[in-house]
Design a protein around this ligand. Structure first.
Ligand SMILES: [Zn+2]
Ligand SMILES: [Zn+2]
Length: 501
């Protein structure tokens, strides 16, 4: 009897699952009819709005900094898995606080392209291949209203669940896109796609919510399309960053027979660039470990090493750590110093902490780093050392963070590395500079990036002037500037730029 009852339950569960798939297809077909999906091979929409720089907020509890977007247009060709997105961005009336190009000077044309397995930007006359972006750019096609319905109708693992979204009853349709990404879409009672949602990998946030909300649908010659597109990257319950893009759609046209995007040869042959590590000695026991865009500095103490900056991601950190161990064998990396929280400067921090280093950062980063960046949760999309191998911090799960709100000294009694907060910045409210008083070396990120020898020196901007004021008010005796971006320059070169202010 017991066996029979269990069998009954098992059959019941199977029946519920197949009903859900059946329900899902019924809901999808009704939505596809409502939106005119069958008649859409490609779609072009135009409008205006804003776009924000993910990971570049002023402080970790604030939203991403925004830029005004004009002359927006996007063409999606579903058959060929291609998308061409173009717009002009400018600072507009948005507050000029944060990074990612803030404050934007003048107007910047932007072109983002993807076709099949190839992605590139065309912001100048030369295409910039972005092989690592292709997967997400394709995913974004399947998150558009028509793309979602097309992909869900073809998905083998589609399922349905009832829920509510913004106060109305919806059916949540789920499937796996590209063999990897869980995609959900909310279909309203009147058969419209109200939201599509997935998670994408991010070195700082881990599996990160990525969603598009679609409202104010209108009919454009038999095809329905939303006229308000509002997109998120991030989750306000995790950090302050969330609102990513908003487009107010003015016009929609379908099946214009857009020229198939021709993938430039340089894009077709491009591969994901290797991690570059080029070290040079700045002084005895002080090494600059340069990369393609972001550098680090390793400082040797009597029985440990401190590294300034863990940029980008785990691959970068592992390369810098290997080079540090080669240059300074037999000493543990005890401290990893972080100049500010912007994601391109903090994406590699987890690796150092997983390997036993203490993170030294501005006090304003503490809660975000403790609760988010160093959270020991599983990361399913891009597991790393901290999520996969060392998901604990000693025995008490308290991550090793030292905070700085005034002068902070790392010393072995002989060599000294001083850290100072930089006040009054518009770039970030979490910035530190690192100063080696004996070597008279000052390390900064994003305030002064020394140009290559012979290149045009940068103009003095507000961040530069804040750095200059900090040096003066602290009375630092600086001989050389080492940029986390850029090169190494003399203080005389620095003062030449300052002289112009
Ligand atoms: Zn920055
Ligand atoms: Zn930077």
């Amino acid at each position: 009897m017991v066996t029979t009852r269990w069998l009954g339950i098992a059959v019941g569960v199977l029946f519920a699952a197949s009903t859900a798939a059946q329900d899902a297809r019924t809901v999808l077909r009704a939505a596809a009819d409502a939106l005119g999906v069958r008649n859409v091979q490609s779609i072009e929409y135009t409008g205006n709005g804003y776009v924000a720089a993910v990971g570049q907020n002023f402080t970790p509890d604030q939203d991403w900094p925004r830029f005004e977007v004009i002359n927006y247009s996007r063409t999606i060709d579903y058959q060929n898995r291609s998308s061409r997105e173009e717009y002009v961005r400018r600072q507009g009336a948005f507050p000029a606080r944060g990074g990612g190009g803030t404050p934007l000077q003048g107007e910047q044309p932007q072109r983002f392209l993807t076709a099949g397995n190839f992605s590139w930007n065309l912001n100048s006359s030369t295409p910039a291949p972005l092989p690592a972006e292709a997967e997400i750019r394709e995913l974004d096609i399947w998150l558009s209203p028509h793309g979602f319905l097309k992909a869900a109708l073809e998905a083998a693992d589609v399922s349905a669940a009832e829920s509510t979204f913004e106060g109305q009853k919806v059916t949540v349709i789920s499937f796996t896109a590209q063999g990897k990404y869980r995609v959900n879409g909310e279909i309203t009672g009147d058969n419209l796609v109200a939201r599509t949602q997935t998670w994408i990998a991010n070195p700082v946030l881990g599996d990160t919510l990525f969603d598009h909300r679609y409202s104010n649908y209108r009919d454009f010659g038999g095809v329905r399309f939303p006229t308000l597109l509002h997109s998120h990257q991030g989750d306000p319950q995790v950090s302050g960053g969330r609102n990513w893009k908003e487009i107010h759609v003015q016009n929609v046209r379908v099946n214009l027979n857009p020229e198939r995007l021709t993938v430039p040869d340089s894009v077709r042959t491009a591969t994901i660039p290797a991690v570059v590590v080029e070290s040079s000695k700045l002084a005895p026991g002080v090494w600059r470990i340069a990369g393609g865009t972001h550098h680090s500095v390793a400082v040797e103490f009597r029985d440990f090493v401190a590294v300034v900056e863990a940029p980008l991601n785990e691959a970068r950190s592992l390369a810098v750590i290997a080079e540090t161990r080669r240059l300074i064998p037999g000493k543990p990396i005890r401290y990893i110093v972080n100049t500010h929280h912007h994601f391109d400067h903090s994406g590699g921090l987890r690796t150092y902490v997983a390997l036993g280093a203490t993170l030294v950062t501005h006090q304003a980063n503490r809660d975000f780093y403790r609760n988010v960046l160093l959270h020991p949760a599983r990361r399913t999309l891009e597991p790393d050392l901290l999520s996969n191998v060392v998901p604990r911090f000693a025995d008490d799960r308290e991550p090793p963070i030292e905070t700085v709100n005034a002068r902070y000294v790392i010393s072995d009694g002989s060599r000294t590395l001083d850290l100072y907060p930089v006040k009054g910045l518009a770039h970030a409210g979490t910035a530190l500079i690192a100063y080696l008083p004996k070597e008279k070396i000052l390390i900064n990120a994003d305030l002064y990036s020394p140009p290559a020898p012979g290149a045009q020196p940068p103009a003095a901007n507000a961040s530069f002037r804040s750095l200059q004021q900090t040096i003066q008010s602290l009375g630092l005796d600086v001989e050389r500037h080492v940029g986390i971006h850029g090169e190494v320059a003399s203080h005389a070169d620095f003062l030449k730029i300052a002289g112009g202010t």
